[in-house]
Every structure is written in structure tokens, then in C-alpha cells.
Design a protein around this ligand. Sequence first.
Ligand SMILES: Nc1ncnc2c1ncn2[C@@H]1O[C@H](COP(=O)(O)OP(=O)(O)O)[C@@H](O)[C@H]1O
Ligand SMILES: Nc1nc2c(ncn2[C@H]2C[C@H](O)[C@@H](COP(=O)(O)O)O2)c(=O)[nH]1
Length: 211
Amino acid sequence: MSVPFITVEGPIGVGKTTLSKAIAESQQFHQLREIVDENPFLNKFYDDIEEWSFQTEMYFLCNRYKQLSDIQKKFLYEQQPVVADYHIFKNLIFAKRTLPAEEYVKYEEIYRILTRDMPVPNVIIYLHASLGTLMKRIELRGRDFEKNIDPAYLQQLSDDYEVFVSNFEETHPEIPVLHVNGDEIDFVNDAGDLQLLLSKVDETIRKGAKQ
Ligand SMILES: Nc1ncnc2c1ncn2[C@@H]1O[C@H](COP(=O)(O)OP(=O)(O)O)[C@@H](O)[C@H]1O
Ligand SMILES: Nc1nc2c(ncn2[C@H]2C[C@H](O)[C@@H](COP(=O)(O)O)O2)c(=O)[nH]1
């Protein structure tokens, strides 16, 4: 049995951080949260994606590399379960969308080198929702730099996630992926929905831990 390492994935604002916190609390797992507000390029990125994409993607990649290396040493090697609000593959989804092709090729090489010995999750929870729901939640969260987020960019990323996750499931059949429709399940305001979801997560963790 391997120690549970769960990642919650999905497009911007879908509820990854919120759900991973709920899982961490109910299962007594360590919660790994991605660093967003500290990213010095994100503000500028949303003003001019073309100009700032390389710095932004490299920052996210280096930061996640460091976080996951630490998690491996301090938690997973010690048999302590972890739930993260991202899978490192999200770097490729964003970078493919934001970098010019020739830069993406270089970026992907660096990504492969850095992630070669990164811990691999044994369960993925994939949250998805309609554009309307994502926009509402981003507004609710109220981050300044996301105020003028382009709905087309958000929709493209959502579509990219669908394609990526479907390919991932084909290439990694041993890793269970729990799909959650965020339009239908309100795990923030409906305690019944939350309990139902947590029990499905629990079932999926059991499946994943047998790998
Ligand atoms: N299932 C849900 N139902 C209602 N509100 C939600 C739901 N999931 C998240 N939210 C709200 O949407 C906002 C964005 O959630 P967050 O967890 O930060 O998303 P992410 O980490 O995917 O970007 C937060 O204000 C959160 O309370
Ligand atoms: N260009 C990139 N932007 C990213 C990446 N990871 C996150 N982000 C942005 C998207 C949101 O504005 C904010 C928080 O992300 P959530 O998915 O947690 O809402 O940061 C990335 O790799 N590249």
C-alpha cells in the first residue's frame, strides 16, 4: 500500500483549494497549497500575456518543483499523506496556451528534467464547471489581478484541461481520476453535497492506495 498523495485539479476558480482543504481536514492529511499571491509576475501577466508569459510559467514551474521536492522529503518519505491543490502537469497546460511555440519546446524540456523524479499522485480529483460558474467564483474570490480575466482565455484553459485529463487517463490507467461536476455539486454551501463528495473521495483514495 502506498501513502496517499492526492491532487485536486481543474480550471481557475473551480474550487481546488477549497476542496483540498476540506479533504485535508476530514482525512487529517497535510495540505499543500500552491503559491499564487507571491508570484511577482502574475499581475503583469494578466496585463500583457505575450510579454510576461515566459517569466510567469518559469516561476510557477520552479516554485512547484521546490514545493514538491520538500513534500517528498518531509511528508511522503515519512509515510504522511498529502493532498495538494494542483498536479504539476498544470504547468504544461498553461505553458502550451501562453508561450510561443519555440519557447514552449524549451520549457517542456526543462519541465521533463525537473519532474523526472517528482512524486506521482495515486489519486486525482478533477473538478470541472461551466464558464459561467468559473466566472462567478473568480468574482467571488475577488483577486485584483483576475478582475479583467478574459472569458475566452478561461474557456480555452477549461477545454485544454478536458483534453489533458482524458489523455492522462489513457496513458495512466493505474491512477484513478474522480470527475466532479462543479455545476451540480456545491460542496461549499451544501453540507450534504460535501459529505457525499468526501465519501466518494474516500472510496477513490482506497482504490488508489492499492496501486
Ligand atoms: N462547489 C462550490 N460551490 C460554491 N462555491 C465554491 C465552490 N467551490 C469553490 N467555491 C468558491 O469559489 C471561489 C474559488 O474557489 P477556490 O477554491 O479558490 O478555487 P481554485 O483553487 O480552483 O482556483 C472561492 O470563493 C470558493 O469559496
Ligand atoms: N500562467 C499561469 N497562470 C497560472 C498557473 N497556475 C496558476 N495560475 C494562475 C491562474 C489564477 O489566476 C491563479 C490561481 O490559480 P488557480 O488555478 O489556483 O485559481 O494563478 C500557471 O502555471 N501558469
